[in-house]
Write a protein that binds this ligand. Structure first.
Ligand SMILES: Cc1cc2nc3c(=O)[nH]c(=O)nc-3n(C[C@H](O)[C@H](O)[C@H](O)COP(=O)(O)OP(=O)(O)OC[C@H]3O[C@@H](n4cnc5c(N)ncnc54)[C@H](O)[C@@H]3O)c2cc1C
Length: 403
Protein backbone atom coordinates (compact mmCIF):
# COMPACT_ATOMS: atom_id res chain seq x y z
CA UNK A 1 0.00 0.00 0.00
CA UNK A 2 1.39 3.38 -0.92
CA UNK A 3 2.05 5.93 1.73
CA UNK A 4 -0.82 8.35 2.24
CA UNK A 5 -0.15 11.90 1.15
CA UNK A 6 0.19 14.11 4.18
CA UNK A 7 1.88 17.29 3.08
CA UNK A 8 0.75 16.86 -0.51
CA UNK A 9 3.04 17.29 -3.50
CA UNK A 10 3.10 20.46 -5.51
CA UNK A 11 0.10 20.80 -7.75
CA UNK A 12 -0.04 23.05 -10.78
CA UNK A 13 -1.98 26.19 -9.86
CA UNK A 14 -5.17 26.45 -11.88
CA UNK A 15 -6.24 29.70 -13.35
CA UNK A 16 -9.42 31.61 -12.79
CA UNK A 17 -10.29 32.23 -16.40
CA UNK A 18 -13.49 30.24 -16.02
CA UNK A 19 -14.41 31.73 -12.68
CA UNK A 20 -17.03 33.90 -14.21
CA UNK A 21 -19.49 35.51 -11.83
CA UNK A 22 -20.65 38.20 -14.23
CA UNK A 23 -23.33 36.07 -15.85
CA UNK A 24 -24.99 35.51 -12.52
CA UNK A 25 -26.98 38.70 -12.72
CA UNK A 26 -30.23 38.82 -14.63
CA UNK A 27 -29.55 39.86 -18.19
CA UNK A 28 -31.83 40.96 -20.98
CA UNK A 29 -29.40 41.84 -23.72
CA UNK A 30 -25.64 41.91 -24.06
CA UNK A 31 -24.05 44.16 -26.64
CA UNK A 32 -27.27 44.33 -28.63
CA UNK A 33 -27.57 40.50 -28.70
CA UNK A 34 -30.75 39.25 -27.03
CA UNK A 35 -30.13 36.62 -24.37
CA UNK A 36 -32.50 34.63 -22.21
CA UNK A 37 -33.23 36.32 -18.88
CA UNK A 38 -31.51 34.49 -16.06
CA UNK A 39 -32.84 34.44 -12.55
CA UNK A 40 -30.33 33.76 -9.83
CA UNK A 41 -31.37 31.26 -7.20
CA UNK A 42 -30.05 31.08 -3.64
CA UNK A 43 -26.82 29.10 -3.27
CA UNK A 44 -26.91 25.54 -1.94
CA UNK A 45 -24.09 24.05 0.06
CA UNK A 46 -22.74 20.50 -0.07
CA UNK A 47 -19.65 18.67 1.09
CA UNK A 48 -19.03 17.28 -2.38
CA UNK A 49 -20.44 18.39 -5.75
CA UNK A 50 -19.99 16.05 -8.70
CA UNK A 51 -20.42 17.22 -12.27
CA UNK A 52 -21.54 14.40 -14.59
CA UNK A 53 -23.65 11.37 -13.75
CA UNK A 54 -21.90 8.86 -16.00
CA UNK A 55 -20.25 5.77 -14.49
CA UNK A 56 -17.41 7.86 -12.99
CA UNK A 57 -19.57 10.54 -11.38
CA UNK A 58 -22.22 8.13 -10.07
CA UNK A 59 -19.61 5.79 -8.62
CA UNK A 60 -17.96 8.75 -6.90
CA UNK A 61 -21.33 9.94 -5.58
CA UNK A 62 -22.20 6.54 -4.17
CA UNK A 63 -18.82 6.07 -2.49
CA UNK A 64 -18.91 9.56 -0.94
CA UNK A 65 -22.54 9.35 0.21
CA UNK A 66 -21.92 5.91 1.75
CA UNK A 67 -19.35 7.59 4.00
CA UNK A 68 -21.89 10.09 5.17
CA UNK A 69 -20.90 13.09 3.02
CA UNK A 70 -23.55 15.50 1.77
CA UNK A 71 -23.31 14.91 -1.97
CA UNK A 72 -24.86 16.59 -5.01
CA UNK A 73 -24.61 14.98 -8.45
CA UNK A 74 -25.51 17.16 -11.42
CA UNK A 75 -25.98 16.23 -15.05
CA UNK A 76 -27.04 18.29 -18.03
CA UNK A 77 -29.01 15.39 -19.48
CA UNK A 78 -32.76 15.14 -19.23
CA UNK A 79 -32.57 11.35 -18.96
CA UNK A 80 -29.56 9.73 -17.38
CA UNK A 81 -27.75 7.37 -19.73
CA UNK A 82 -29.45 8.69 -22.88
CA UNK A 83 -28.23 8.96 -25.59
CA UNK A 84 -25.81 6.04 -25.37
CA UNK A 85 -22.40 6.78 -26.82
CA UNK A 86 -20.77 3.43 -26.23
CA UNK A 87 -20.18 -0.03 -27.68
CA UNK A 88 -21.31 -1.38 -24.28
CA UNK A 89 -18.65 -4.04 -23.69
CA UNK A 90 -17.14 -4.42 -20.22
CA UNK A 91 -15.02 -7.13 -18.60
CA UNK A 92 -17.11 -9.47 -16.47
CA UNK A 93 -15.10 -8.74 -13.34
CA UNK A 94 -16.66 -5.27 -13.25
CA UNK A 95 -19.52 -6.91 -11.34
CA UNK A 96 -17.18 -7.29 -8.37
CA UNK A 97 -16.97 -3.51 -8.13
CA UNK A 98 -20.06 -1.90 -9.63
CA UNK A 99 -23.56 -2.15 -8.20
CA UNK A 100 -25.86 -3.14 -11.10
CA UNK A 101 -28.53 -5.78 -11.67
CA UNK A 102 -28.43 -8.67 -14.15
CA UNK A 103 -31.05 -6.77 -16.18
CA UNK A 104 -28.23 -4.54 -17.41
CA UNK A 105 -26.49 -7.49 -19.06
CA UNK A 106 -27.85 -8.12 -22.56
CA UNK A 107 -25.56 -11.05 -23.14
CA UNK A 108 -22.25 -12.49 -22.04
CA UNK A 109 -19.25 -13.03 -24.31
CA UNK A 110 -16.37 -15.38 -23.65
CA UNK A 111 -13.71 -14.56 -26.22
CA UNK A 112 -12.39 -11.83 -28.50
CA UNK A 113 -11.55 -12.73 -32.10
CA UNK A 114 -9.11 -10.37 -33.81
CA UNK A 115 -9.14 -10.33 -37.62
CA UNK A 116 -6.04 -9.16 -39.47
CA UNK A 117 -5.87 -7.92 -43.05
CA UNK A 118 -3.75 -10.94 -44.08
CA UNK A 119 -6.79 -13.14 -43.42
CA UNK A 120 -5.66 -14.60 -40.09
CA UNK A 121 -7.96 -14.53 -37.09
CA UNK A 122 -6.82 -15.06 -33.53
CA UNK A 123 -9.09 -15.91 -30.62
CA UNK A 124 -8.31 -14.90 -27.05
CA UNK A 125 -10.23 -15.51 -23.84
CA UNK A 126 -11.93 -12.35 -22.64
CA UNK A 127 -15.08 -12.85 -20.57
CA UNK A 128 -17.25 -9.80 -21.03
CA UNK A 129 -20.73 -8.43 -20.61
CA UNK A 130 -22.62 -6.60 -23.30
CA UNK A 131 -24.48 -3.99 -21.30
CA UNK A 132 -27.66 -2.08 -21.73
CA UNK A 133 -25.56 1.02 -21.08
CA UNK A 134 -28.44 3.42 -20.50
CA UNK A 135 -29.92 1.11 -17.84
CA UNK A 136 -26.45 0.55 -16.36
CA UNK A 137 -25.91 4.32 -15.98
CA UNK A 138 -29.37 4.73 -14.45
CA UNK A 139 -28.78 1.91 -11.96
CA UNK A 140 -25.47 3.43 -10.85
CA UNK A 141 -27.24 6.73 -10.28
CA UNK A 142 -30.01 4.92 -8.38
CA UNK A 143 -27.40 3.29 -6.12
CA UNK A 144 -25.87 6.69 -5.43
CA UNK A 145 -29.26 8.17 -4.53
CA UNK A 146 -30.10 5.20 -2.30
CA UNK A 147 -26.81 5.82 -0.51
CA UNK A 148 -27.89 9.39 0.22
CA UNK A 149 -26.69 11.48 -2.73
CA UNK A 150 -28.97 14.09 -4.29
CA UNK A 151 -29.23 14.58 -8.06
CA UNK A 152 -30.09 17.56 -10.28
CA UNK A 153 -30.76 16.53 -13.88
CA UNK A 154 -31.08 19.06 -16.71
CA UNK A 155 -28.47 21.04 -14.84
CA UNK A 156 -25.37 22.18 -16.61
CA UNK A 157 -22.15 23.32 -14.94
CA UNK A 158 -21.19 26.48 -16.79
CA UNK A 159 -18.58 28.16 -14.66
CA UNK A 160 -16.66 28.37 -11.44
CA UNK A 161 -16.76 31.43 -9.22
CA UNK A 162 -14.99 32.14 -5.97
CA UNK A 163 -18.25 31.07 -4.31
CA UNK A 164 -18.72 27.77 -6.07
CA UNK A 165 -19.94 26.08 -9.24
CA UNK A 166 -22.28 28.12 -11.41
CA UNK A 167 -24.98 25.87 -12.79
CA UNK A 168 -27.72 26.54 -15.29
CA UNK A 169 -31.13 24.95 -14.64
CA UNK A 170 -33.59 26.00 -17.29
CA UNK A 171 -33.71 29.78 -17.14
CA UNK A 172 -32.14 29.88 -13.69
CA UNK A 173 -28.57 30.20 -12.57
CA UNK A 174 -27.53 28.85 -9.24
CA UNK A 175 -24.37 28.61 -7.20
CA UNK A 176 -23.48 25.23 -5.80
CA UNK A 177 -21.02 25.56 -2.95
CA UNK A 178 -18.91 22.53 -2.12
CA UNK A 179 -15.75 21.73 -0.20
CA UNK A 180 -14.67 19.29 -2.90
CA UNK A 181 -15.63 19.30 -6.59
CA UNK A 182 -15.37 16.16 -8.72
CA UNK A 183 -15.35 16.50 -12.51
CA UNK A 184 -16.88 13.38 -14.03
CA UNK A 185 -18.22 15.22 -17.05
CA UNK A 186 -16.70 13.12 -19.78
CA UNK A 187 -14.19 13.55 -22.57
CA UNK A 188 -14.97 17.21 -23.30
CA UNK A 189 -15.05 18.08 -19.61
CA UNK A 190 -15.94 21.61 -18.55
CA UNK A 191 -14.41 21.04 -15.12
CA UNK A 192 -11.12 20.01 -16.77
CA UNK A 193 -11.09 23.39 -18.53
CA UNK A 194 -11.40 25.19 -15.18
CA UNK A 195 -8.13 23.63 -14.06
CA UNK A 196 -6.46 24.07 -17.45
CA UNK A 197 -6.16 20.31 -17.91
CA UNK A 198 -4.69 19.97 -21.41
CA UNK A 199 -7.25 18.92 -24.04
CA UNK A 200 -7.31 15.17 -24.30
CA UNK A 201 -5.88 13.44 -27.36
CA UNK A 202 -8.76 11.38 -28.71
CA UNK A 203 -9.99 8.71 -31.08
CA UNK A 204 -13.22 9.47 -32.92
CA UNK A 205 -15.78 6.73 -33.29
CA UNK A 206 -18.93 6.04 -35.28
CA UNK A 207 -21.28 3.18 -34.47
CA UNK A 208 -24.46 1.66 -35.89
CA UNK A 209 -26.83 -0.64 -34.04
CA UNK A 210 -27.91 -3.40 -36.40
CA UNK A 211 -29.87 -6.65 -36.43
CA UNK A 212 -27.78 -9.56 -35.19
CA UNK A 213 -28.37 -12.49 -37.58
CA UNK A 214 -27.58 -15.20 -35.05
CA UNK A 215 -26.20 -15.93 -31.61
CA UNK A 216 -22.46 -15.65 -31.01
CA UNK A 217 -20.54 -15.55 -27.76
CA UNK A 218 -17.50 -13.66 -28.91
CA UNK A 219 -16.73 -10.11 -30.01
CA UNK A 220 -15.00 -9.42 -33.32
CA UNK A 221 -12.23 -6.87 -33.83
CA UNK A 222 -11.08 -5.94 -37.33
CA UNK A 223 -7.88 -4.19 -38.38
CA UNK A 224 -7.20 -2.60 -41.73
CA UNK A 225 -4.58 -0.10 -42.95
CA UNK A 226 -7.41 2.34 -43.73
CA UNK A 227 -8.78 2.42 -40.16
CA UNK A 228 -5.87 4.64 -39.14
CA UNK A 229 -4.89 4.45 -35.49
CA UNK A 230 -7.99 2.45 -34.65
CA UNK A 231 -10.07 -0.60 -35.46
CA UNK A 232 -13.57 -1.75 -36.30
CA UNK A 233 -15.81 -3.93 -34.15
CA UNK A 234 -18.84 -6.19 -34.19
CA UNK A 235 -20.24 -6.68 -30.68
CA UNK A 236 -23.33 -8.93 -30.41
CA UNK A 237 -25.99 -8.06 -27.83
CA UNK A 238 -28.76 -10.58 -28.29
CA UNK A 239 -31.04 -9.65 -31.15
CA UNK A 240 -29.01 -6.62 -32.11
CA UNK A 241 -25.33 -5.82 -32.37
CA UNK A 242 -23.08 -2.76 -32.18
CA UNK A 243 -21.00 -2.29 -35.31
CA UNK A 244 -18.50 0.53 -35.15
CA UNK A 245 -15.13 1.98 -35.92
CA UNK A 246 -12.66 4.36 -34.34
CA UNK A 247 -9.88 6.30 -36.09
CA UNK A 248 -7.51 9.18 -35.34
CA UNK A 249 -9.22 12.61 -35.49
CA UNK A 250 -7.35 13.54 -38.71
CA UNK A 251 -9.40 10.84 -40.48
CA UNK A 252 -12.80 11.92 -39.15
CA UNK A 253 -14.02 13.01 -42.58
CA UNK A 254 -13.40 9.49 -43.93
CA UNK A 255 -15.18 7.72 -41.10
CA UNK A 256 -18.60 7.50 -42.68
CA UNK A 257 -17.24 6.09 -45.95
CA UNK A 258 -14.97 3.64 -44.12
CA UNK A 259 -17.97 2.46 -42.11
CA UNK A 260 -19.93 1.87 -45.32
CA UNK A 261 -17.08 -0.26 -46.65
CA UNK A 262 -16.86 -2.16 -43.39
CA UNK A 263 -20.61 -2.67 -43.42
CA UNK A 264 -20.43 -4.25 -46.87
CA UNK A 265 -17.53 -6.41 -45.74
CA UNK A 266 -19.75 -7.75 -42.93
CA UNK A 267 -22.64 -8.28 -45.37
CA UNK A 268 -20.37 -10.31 -47.66
CA UNK A 269 -19.22 -12.38 -44.68
CA UNK A 270 -22.92 -12.97 -43.79
CA UNK A 271 -22.43 -11.31 -40.41
CA UNK A 272 -25.30 -8.98 -41.21
CA UNK A 273 -28.72 -9.90 -42.60
CA UNK A 274 -29.10 -6.59 -44.45
CA UNK A 275 -28.24 -2.94 -44.46
CA UNK A 276 -30.88 -1.86 -41.96
CA UNK A 277 -29.59 0.50 -39.30
CA UNK A 278 -31.58 0.69 -36.07
CA UNK A 279 -29.49 3.34 -34.37
CA UNK A 280 -26.47 5.51 -34.90
CA UNK A 281 -24.10 7.08 -32.43
CA UNK A 282 -20.71 8.74 -32.44
CA UNK A 283 -18.27 10.17 -29.96
CA UNK A 284 -14.71 10.74 -28.89
CA UNK A 285 -12.64 8.59 -26.60
CA UNK A 286 -9.56 9.87 -24.75
CA UNK A 287 -6.34 7.99 -25.53
CA UNK A 288 -3.74 9.66 -23.36
CA UNK A 289 -1.06 8.69 -20.93
CA UNK A 290 -2.12 9.32 -17.32
CA UNK A 291 -1.87 12.91 -16.12
CA UNK A 292 -2.34 14.96 -12.96
CA UNK A 293 -5.91 14.70 -11.66
CA UNK A 294 -5.89 16.64 -8.38
CA UNK A 295 -6.04 20.45 -8.52
CA UNK A 296 -6.65 22.14 -5.19
CA UNK A 297 -10.17 21.05 -4.20
CA UNK A 298 -10.97 19.68 -7.66
CA UNK A 299 -10.58 16.06 -8.77
CA UNK A 300 -11.03 14.69 -12.30
CA UNK A 301 -12.41 11.19 -12.85
CA UNK A 302 -13.25 8.86 -15.75
CA UNK A 303 -12.98 10.28 -19.28
CA UNK A 304 -12.58 13.79 -17.86
CA UNK A 305 -9.30 12.53 -16.39
CA UNK A 306 -8.41 10.69 -19.62
CA UNK A 307 -8.77 7.30 -17.92
CA UNK A 308 -9.96 5.26 -20.92
CA UNK A 309 -7.55 2.61 -22.21
CA UNK A 310 -5.46 4.28 -24.97
CA UNK A 311 -5.47 1.14 -27.15
CA UNK A 312 -8.91 -0.43 -26.69
CA UNK A 313 -10.84 2.76 -25.86
CA UNK A 314 -12.59 0.93 -23.00
CA UNK A 315 -13.26 3.44 -20.24
CA UNK A 316 -16.20 2.20 -18.18
CA UNK A 317 -14.20 -0.01 -15.84
CA UNK A 318 -11.65 2.67 -14.93
CA UNK A 319 -14.43 5.25 -14.65
CA UNK A 320 -16.14 3.09 -12.01
CA UNK A 321 -12.96 2.23 -10.11
CA UNK A 322 -11.51 5.75 -10.29
CA UNK A 323 -14.89 7.23 -9.36
CA UNK A 324 -15.15 5.03 -6.29
CA UNK A 325 -11.66 6.01 -5.14
CA UNK A 326 -12.36 9.71 -5.74
CA UNK A 327 -15.66 9.61 -3.85
CA UNK A 328 -14.19 7.79 -0.86
CA UNK A 329 -11.09 10.01 -0.68
CA UNK A 330 -13.21 13.16 -1.08
CA UNK A 331 -15.47 12.11 1.82
CA UNK A 332 -12.45 11.28 3.99
CA UNK A 333 -10.95 14.66 3.10
CA UNK A 334 -14.10 16.45 4.23
CA UNK A 335 -14.06 14.50 7.50
CA UNK A 336 -10.43 15.44 8.11
CA UNK A 337 -10.84 19.01 6.95
CA UNK A 338 -7.53 18.88 5.11
CA UNK A 339 -7.60 19.28 1.33
CA UNK A 340 -4.06 17.92 1.01
CA UNK A 341 -5.54 14.48 1.70
CA UNK A 342 -7.09 14.57 -1.81
CA UNK A 343 -3.66 13.65 -3.22
CA UNK A 344 -4.43 10.11 -2.09
CA UNK A 345 -6.91 9.83 -4.94
CA UNK A 346 -4.09 10.15 -7.44
CA UNK A 347 -1.85 7.77 -5.49
CA UNK A 348 -4.54 5.09 -5.37
CA UNK A 349 -5.70 5.17 -8.97
CA UNK A 350 -2.13 5.19 -10.20
CA UNK A 351 -1.48 2.09 -8.09
CA UNK A 352 -4.45 0.26 -9.57
CA UNK A 353 -4.44 1.16 -13.27
CA UNK A 354 -1.72 3.78 -13.80
CA UNK A 355 0.86 1.32 -15.16
CA UNK A 356 -1.63 -0.29 -17.52
CA UNK A 357 -2.58 3.10 -18.98
CA UNK A 358 1.05 4.25 -19.26
CA UNK A 359 2.03 1.06 -21.06
CA UNK A 360 -0.96 1.29 -23.41
CA UNK A 361 -0.14 4.94 -24.15
CA UNK A 362 3.39 3.93 -25.13
CA UNK A 363 1.93 1.30 -27.44
CA UNK A 364 -0.42 3.90 -28.95
CA UNK A 365 2.49 6.24 -29.59
CA UNK A 366 4.38 3.44 -31.35
CA UNK A 367 1.27 2.47 -33.32
CA UNK A 368 0.57 6.00 -34.58
CA UNK A 369 4.23 6.67 -35.37
CA UNK A 370 4.49 3.58 -37.53
CA UNK A 371 1.03 3.14 -39.07
CA UNK A 372 1.81 4.94 -42.34
CA UNK A 373 5.57 4.36 -42.43
CA UNK A 374 6.60 3.11 -45.87
CA UNK A 375 7.55 -0.58 -45.86
CA UNK A 376 6.07 -1.23 -42.42
CA UNK A 377 4.92 -4.81 -41.75
CA UNK A 378 1.36 -3.80 -40.80
CA UNK A 379 0.35 -7.20 -39.42
CA UNK A 380 3.44 -7.27 -37.21
CA UNK A 381 2.66 -3.72 -36.02
CA UNK A 382 -0.84 -4.76 -34.98
CA UNK A 383 0.42 -7.89 -33.24
CA UNK A 384 2.75 -5.74 -31.17
CA UNK A 385 0.18 -3.10 -30.31
CA UNK A 386 -3.17 -4.85 -29.87
CA UNK A 387 -4.18 -6.41 -26.58
CA UNK A 388 -5.43 -9.58 -28.33
CA UNK A 389 -1.88 -10.76 -29.09
CA UNK A 390 0.79 -12.07 -26.72
CA UNK A 391 3.30 -9.77 -28.49
CA UNK A 392 1.50 -6.78 -26.94
CA UNK A 393 2.65 -7.82 -23.48
CA UNK A 394 6.24 -8.69 -24.41
CA UNK A 395 7.75 -5.20 -23.91
CA UNK A 396 6.21 -4.89 -20.46
CA UNK A 397 9.36 -5.85 -18.55
CA UNK A 398 11.50 -3.45 -20.55
CA UNK A 399 8.93 -0.69 -20.06
CA UNK A 400 8.85 -1.32 -16.30
CA UNK A 401 12.66 -1.12 -16.19
CA UNK A 402 12.48 2.23 -17.96
CA UNK A 403 10.04 3.38 -15.31
C1 LIG B 1 -18.49 5.14 -29.67
C2 LIG B 1 -17.92 4.78 -28.32
C3 LIG B 1 -17.84 3.44 -27.95
C4 LIG B 1 -17.33 3.09 -26.69
N1 LIG B 1 -17.32 1.79 -26.33
C5 LIG B 1 -16.90 1.42 -25.10
C6 LIG B 1 -16.98 0.06 -24.67
O1 LIG B 1 -17.46 -0.83 -25.38
N2 LIG B 1 -16.53 -0.23 -23.42
C7 LIG B 1 -16.01 0.71 -22.58
O2 LIG B 1 -15.60 0.38 -21.47
N3 LIG B 1 -15.95 2.01 -22.96
C8 LIG B 1 -16.40 2.38 -24.18
N4 LIG B 1 -16.37 3.71 -24.55
C9 LIG B 1 -15.85 4.69 -23.59
C10 LIG B 1 -16.88 4.92 -22.48
O3 LIG B 1 -18.12 5.24 -23.03
C11 LIG B 1 -16.38 6.04 -21.55
O4 LIG B 1 -15.06 5.75 -21.16
C12 LIG B 1 -17.27 6.17 -20.31
O5 LIG B 1 -18.56 6.58 -20.65
C13 LIG B 1 -16.64 7.16 -19.34
O6 LIG B 1 -17.53 7.42 -18.28
P1 LIG B 1 -17.56 8.85 -17.57
O7 LIG B 1 -18.51 8.72 -16.45
O8 LIG B 1 -16.20 9.31 -17.33
O9 LIG B 1 -18.14 9.85 -18.68
P2 LIG B 1 -19.56 9.85 -19.45
O10 LIG B 1 -20.15 8.50 -19.50
O11 LIG B 1 -19.27 10.53 -20.75
O12 LIG B 1 -20.47 10.77 -18.55
C14 LIG B 1 -20.28 12.16 -18.47
C15 LIG B 1 -21.57 12.79 -18.00
O13 LIG B 1 -21.32 14.16 -17.76
C16 LIG B 1 -22.41 14.92 -18.20
N5 LIG B 1 -21.93 16.29 -18.46
C17 LIG B 1 -21.02 16.68 -19.37
N6 LIG B 1 -20.78 18.01 -19.28
C18 LIG B 1 -21.58 18.46 -18.29
C19 LIG B 1 -21.79 19.75 -17.71
N7 LIG B 1 -21.13 20.83 -18.13
N8 LIG B 1 -22.68 19.86 -16.71
C20 LIG B 1 -23.37 18.78 -16.27
N9 LIG B 1 -23.20 17.54 -16.77
C21 LIG B 1 -22.32 17.37 -17.76
C22 LIG B 1 -22.89 14.19 -19.45
O14 LIG B 1 -24.24 14.50 -19.72
C23 LIG B 1 -22.69 12.73 -19.03
O15 LIG B 1 -23.85 12.18 -18.45
C24 LIG B 1 -16.87 4.09 -25.80
C25 LIG B 1 -16.94 5.44 -26.17
C26 LIG B 1 -17.47 5.79 -27.41
C27 LIG B 1 -17.57 7.24 -27.78
Amino acid sequence: MAERAQGGRKTRPYNTRFMDTNNLVASGSQGGRKTRPHITVRAETYDIAIVGAGPAGSSAAQAAAQRGAKVLLIDRRQRIGVPVRCAELVPQWISRYADFSSRCVLQTVETMVTHLPDGTSVEMRGPGYMLDRSLFDKELVASAILSGAKIFTETKAIGLSSEGIIVERGSKHQIVKAKVIIGGDGVHSTVARWVEFPRAKTIVALQYEVVNPGPQNHVDIFFHEEYEGGYAWFFPKGRTANVGMGVIPAKTSLLSKLMDNFFHRLLDAKKLPGIDIIGKTSGSIPCEKPRQTVFGNILLVGDAAGHAHPITGGGIFNAVIGGQIAGRIAAETVERGDLRYLENYEIEWREIFGKTLTYAAQKRHFLEENWTKPGIDFVDLIRRTWVGFKEYYEDRRESALQG
